[in-house]
Write a protein that binds this ligand. Structure first.
Ligand code: ADP
Length: 442
């Protein structure tokens, strides 16, 4: 009979499968750089390189009060940003929860709700009167859109569990403006942007050395500034070659899901290995593989664990941050979510597996960022990267693993100052740091 595999045999196998060697990372960086070039040449390429119609950075002299509305997957955040000039600002923020129902009822109703939240924020939280001057508002709407102007965005298709009818194919700005007018909210909608572009511009305002904005959240996307002369697919617009425009790089989350069921499954592998949406699922797939082989949880009912997407990435976070010798949080998580009892040996194995999967994700993320750094020649001058998203902000060690990825790709040039927790940029060419905007909120 076949010898039963031990957990340590399994771990060895998965280590070999999930470990990314520096050589492979460097060839991946090169391949990605080529894909970026293609995406700038034509529409409809693997990496779409989406023009954002955001022309250049803030110059630091901007002052005054601006509203921001961020429609994430779960929350609606409304912020008042007071720009004080010279990279200084203050944020006042309120969160509103979106119900599943709101994500699926008529689209105009969803924007009505946004308008009502804004109205209550302006009057209740800011104490402003309806007759006060209208505040300018930027709408962070991170769903795949076609833009031909900064204040116009046609939704291609919903993502992140949204499905509100009558929005796809429509101009989101116009729909939102209609809701603002309906409730007499004294606001002027000035722009629609994605979370990556927002992170890029906001981080650059604070640290002008920031050249890339990146999100490690439900999805994984980045944005950077390109000169129009390097975007052949925009030539027909006749803009000056040296005009700068922010480009949103990676694929959107929904493209991936679409792709998954398409005939080109290999093309979405990259993001699938990085994004928050998928890491828990990858972990779960490994476990089900072992369950099928009869090497895990024998005799227990594993039905709950065998449902697609049953294991959220935050559980991997929990496993890695459990401070107890017995891994008590892991015991709790498995019994609470899946009704499964675990042995200490299994829990240790899970923790190692979580580390393998998340480390690979961070290192692949580093490759994508390195491809932008390399394409733009930022290594010579050095640059900061502004990062945001729950995976980046909450997963223990994720940021450090990205740094290690830079070191492996660029050599020591990509190292960072441990003491300064990545916050210093002068002696290290490439530094990733938290965009940190929400931490500053009151
Ligand atoms: P969004 O991308 O929708 O704006 P977030 O940045 O909060 O929202 O990202 C949500 C993703 O982050 C989800 O896929 C979730 O699994 C993952 N996530 C949430 N909390 C954690 C955590 N503590 N550790 C790791 N991943 C997390």
């Amino acid at each position: 009979p076949a010898v039963k595999k031990t957990l340590s045999d399994h771990l060895q196998k998965y280590e070999a499968l999930f470990t990314l060697r520096p050589e492979s990372m460097r060839s991946l960086v090169q391949a990605m750089e080529e894909t970026f070039h293609k995406g700038l040449q034509k529409y409809g390429e693997t990496v779409p390189m989406i023009p954002t119609f955001v022309f250049g950075y803030a110059d630091g002299t901007e002052m005054g009060e601006y509203l921001a509305l961020d429609m994430g997957g779960t929350n609606l955040r409304v912020c008042l940003v007071s720009l004080k000039g010279q990279g200084k600002f203050e944020i006042k923020q309120t969160k509103y929860k979106l119900t599943e129902e709101q994500k699926h009822e008529d689209g105009q109703k969803l924007f009505d709700f946004c308008a009502q939240c804004l109205a209550s924020f302006i009057t209740d939280d800011l104490g402003r009167n309806p007759e006060d001057q209208a505040l300018p508002l930027s709408f962070t709407f991170s769903y795949p859109c076609t833009q031909t102007r900064i204040d116009h965005a046609e939704l291609i298709r919903w993502a992140k569990g949204f499905g509100a009818p009558n929005v796809e194919g429509h101009d989101v700005a116009a729909m939102f403006a209609k809701s603002l007018a309906k409730f007499d909210v004294p606001i002027k909608l000035t722009s629609i942007i994605s979370d990556t572009t927002g992170t890029l511009i906001a981080s650059n305002y604070v640290d002008p050395n920031t050249k890339i904005g990146v999100i490690f959240g439900t999805g994984c996307n980045a944005a950077y500034m390109e000169t129009v002369g390097n975007i052949p697919k925009m030539k027909h617009l006749g803009m000056p070659d040296d005009q700068e425009m922010a480009i949103s790089v990676a694929r959107t989350r929904y493209d991936i899901i679409i792709d998954e069921s398409s005939n080109k499954p290999r093309e979405q592998i990259f993001e699938k290995m990085i994004a928050g949406l998928y890491l828990g699922e990858m972990f779960r797939l490994v476990l089900t593989e072992m369950i099928d082989a009869g090497d895990l949880f024998s005799g227990q009912d594993t039905n709950k664990l065998e449902k697609e997407y049953a294991l959220d990435t935050s559980i991997l976070s929990l496993m890695e941050s459990d401070p107890t010798d017995e891994l008590l949080t892991v015991i709790g998580a498995f019994s609470y979510f899946f009704g499964i009892e675990t042995t200490l040996e299994e829990r240790r194995f899970f923790r190692s597996l979580a580390k393998l999967i998340s480390t690979r994700a961070a290192r692949l993320g580093a490759c994508g960022l390195a491809a932008i750094v390399s394409k733009k020649g930022y290594l010579e001058k050095g640059c900061s990267i502004g990062a945001d998203g729950s995976l980046y902000g909450k997963y223990p060690g994720f940021a450090d693993r990205i740094h290690q990825g830079f070191v492996d790709i660029f050599g020591e040039a990509g190292s960072y100052d441990e003491e300064a927790k990545g916050r210093q940029t002068f002696s290290q060419p490439v530094t990733i740091r938290s965009a940190g905007l929400y931490q500053l909120s009151v």
